[in-house]
Write a protein that binds this ligand. Structure first.
Ligand SMILES: Cc1cc2nc3c(=O)[nH]c(=O)nc-3n(C[C@H](O)[C@H](O)[C@H](O)COP(=O)(O)OP(=O)(O)OC[C@H]3O[C@@H](n4cnc5c(N)ncnc54)[C@H](O)[C@@H]3O)c2cc1C
Ligand code: FES
Length: 283
């Protein structure tokens, strides 16, 4: 198992009042983490995730900063009840919303160094620079309008780039776009062949598969109450392990490649892609 998904007691050592409705909780938690990761706390029987506001590179203490949400259960409880010395339960840091080195980065740098004047590599990281805009595309190709343009990436990025190129006079014959269209599945809610077996608290429950239904939705349809929080693929609260068959996640902002390879799945995002799928929640 690549990661420990259990809860651990962590002690609040200091509390910093940042603004009227925002506090930083300094924690005595011997976890290593990467910038951008978060802890999931179990408070009042409920699970909520909070990102680290400290940096593993520059801070010796681990901190998380919580803003009060009007009428929110956990954020207000943390503000109103937590004091230095208190223990809270939290998972180890999780999340893959982290700045990393760029795929093939060293190889691309090496090529650019070997062929100056022929190859220039410019990186735009959405996580740092925001989404690419049409103006940035136009500025990028300003001196190279006669070239060929090869576009590959998420569909909205490809559409924006193609529109930007055409708007500044590029010829459609110069533009090459690689699109991977997904094959439409059966309409959501319609029963399809196969079953989903859910093992929760040691009990096995089986329901027929419904097209377009996530594993979490199947579990609820089976009358179960598995853990979940964000339902957006961000927090990993709904994690379980696929032990038979295969499930594909729509969004995964919480599990790393090793965990996915080991069969871990965010059940709020996982849809069965094989007729039989068995998913086991940790006790
Ligand atoms: C990966 C991740 C990282 C995060 N990092 C941070 C962070 O660093 N700092 C931070 O402050 N937050 C962060 N969050 C958000 C945090 O996890 C909580 O969602 C947030 O604090 C609100 O939780 P709560 O329990 O206070 O509010 P909740 O009880 O969840 O309520 C949220 C809102 O919904 C309303 N509501 C609740 N139940 C109902 C209902 N039945 N009907 C109608 N309305 C309802 C409430 O009135 C409130 O306005 C992060 C979330 C994720 C997923
Ligand atoms: S509930 Fe947050 S990732 Fe599934």
């Amino acid at each position: 198992m690549a990661r420990d998904h259990g809860f651990h007691p962590v002690r609040v050592t200091r509390i910093i009042q940042e603004t009227a409705d925002t506090r930083t909780f300094v924690l005595d938690a011997p976890f290593s983490y990467r910038a951008g990761q978060f802890l999931t706390f179990r408070v009042c029987g409920t699970l909520r995730s909070y990102s680290m506001s400290s940096s593993p590179d520059t801070d010796s203490e681990l901190m998380t900063t919580v803003k009060r949400v009007p009428d929110g259960l956990v954020s207000n409880w943390m503000h109103d009840h937590l004091a230095p010395g208190d223990l809270v339960e939290a998972t180890r840091p999780a999340g893959v919303f982290c700045l990393r080195e760029v795929i093939f980065g060293p190889a691309l740098s090496e090529l650019a160094g070997r062929y100056p004047g022929r190859l220039e590599v410019r990186h735009h990281l959405d996580v740092r620079n925001g989404l690419v805009t049409g103006d940035q595309v136009r500025e990028f190709i300003a001196g190279d309008r006669d070239g060929d343009f090869y576009i590959c990436g998420p569909p909205p990025f490809m559409d924006l780039t193609e529109r930007a190129l055409l708007s500044c006079g590029a010829n459609p014959g110069q533009i090459f776009v690689e699109r991977f269209e997904s094959v439409p599945g059966a309409p959501a809610g319609q029963e399809q062949e196969g079953t989903v077996a859910i093992v929760l608290a040691g009990q096995r429950h089986t329901v027929p598969q419904h097209a377009g239904e996530t594993l979490l939705e199947s579990a609820r349809r089976a009358g179960l109450s598995p853990p979940f929080s964000c339902e957006a693929g961000n927090c990993a609260t709904c994690i379980a392990r696929v032990t038979e068959g295969e499930a594909k996640m729509r969004v995964n902002n919480a599990l790393d490649d090793d965990e996915v390879a080991e069969g871990w799945v965010l059940t709020c995002q996982g849809e069965p892609v094989t007729p039989q799928v068995t998913v086991v929640y940790e006790d």
